[in-house]
Design a protein around this ligand. Structure first.
Ligand SMILES: [Fe+2]
Ligand SMILES: [Fe+2]
Length: 258
């Protein structure tokens, strides 16, 4: 990808009546804020926006979305969890779209602290997750990913594209200037994601449980909220690594002494 993609995004799945768009990166100085990925699923004329991000990204994300779909066609906005890099733009998104927001039931009473929001437009997602129908042709499944890293947390699986949107699972933090969109060298990429996962993810038990759950799906790509996308030939390598990861409470003594 050349840097043009940073500003205009890139279609990462292009099927009949169904598209998935990665919405680009900030090219200006982020002021120390962690880089994030936003994604848009377009099915027919309906848009589904995933983890649209914080306030300072808002104008860029709006302008990239507008290249692909009218804002008033965004039907749902899905939040994997409550973190500011996912959801602090919530009041702005409710103002500019007619979308319903879906969010873990654990966080409903907390997001109003990001700005005045109409709670009537937020649908609480139960711990077991739920599925959004794509006109009978497929669905977006909100798959439980609790404690990875947030206690009320979901991944999304698009049954048509086979893309698993994994939220912070699989996140990487690049040194400035070394960003890339797709993982090619897993061992090199591990250097950008291992520290984050060991400190933020709760325990090996929950990692292994999530891997078991998502392996029931046909995964063509794993698209996290930070860092790079795992193409099909890297999916198993990532899932094997994550399933064996020692993190959080497994290594609490080490964390407390660091
Ligand atoms: Fe997070
Ligand atoms: Fe995040």
């Amino acid at each position: 990808m050349d840097t043009k993609g940073y500003a205009v995004g890139e279609v990462i799945f292009d099927g009949e009546n169904h598209k998935v768009v990665w919405l680009g990166w900030d090219t200006d100085d982020s002021g120390g804020a962690v880089q994030t990925n936003q994604y848009l699923i377009i099915h027919g004329s309906d848009g589904f926006l995933l983890d649209p991000g914080g306030v300072h990204l808002f104008s860029r994300v709006v302008s990239v979305i507008s290249r692909y779909i009218d804002l008033d066609r965004i039907r749902e906005i899905l939040f994997s969890h409550q973190d500011p890099d996912v959801s602090s733009g919530i009041a702005l998104w409710l103002g500019i779209t007619e979308a319903t927001i879906r969010l873990s039931s654990l966080w409903l009473r907390f997001v109003p602290h990001f700005g005045l929001v109409q709670l009537s437009r937020i649908t609480e997602v139960p711990d077991r997750g739920e599925a959004l129908s794509l006109g009978g042709e497929g669905e977006i499944r909100m798959i439980p990913a609790h404690f990875l890293h947030s206690p009320g947390n979901f991944s999304y699986y698009d049954t048509i594209s086979g893309i698993l949107f994994s939220g912070d699972i699989g996140a990487a933090v690049f040194p400035t200037g070394s960003e890339y969109l797709y993982v090619e060298d897993f061992d090199k990429h591990l250097g950008y994601m291992e520290g984050f996962h060991r400190r933020y993810m709760a325990s090996n038990k929950v990692c292994a449980n999530w891997v078991k759950r998502v392996r029931a799906e046909r995964i063509n790509m794993i698209a996290p909220q930070h860092g790079a996308i795992f193409p099909e030939n890297q999916v198993n390598r990532f899932l094997d690594w994550f399933s064996d990861l020692q993190c959080g409470s497994d290594i609490i003594e080490t964390i407390n002494e660091s």
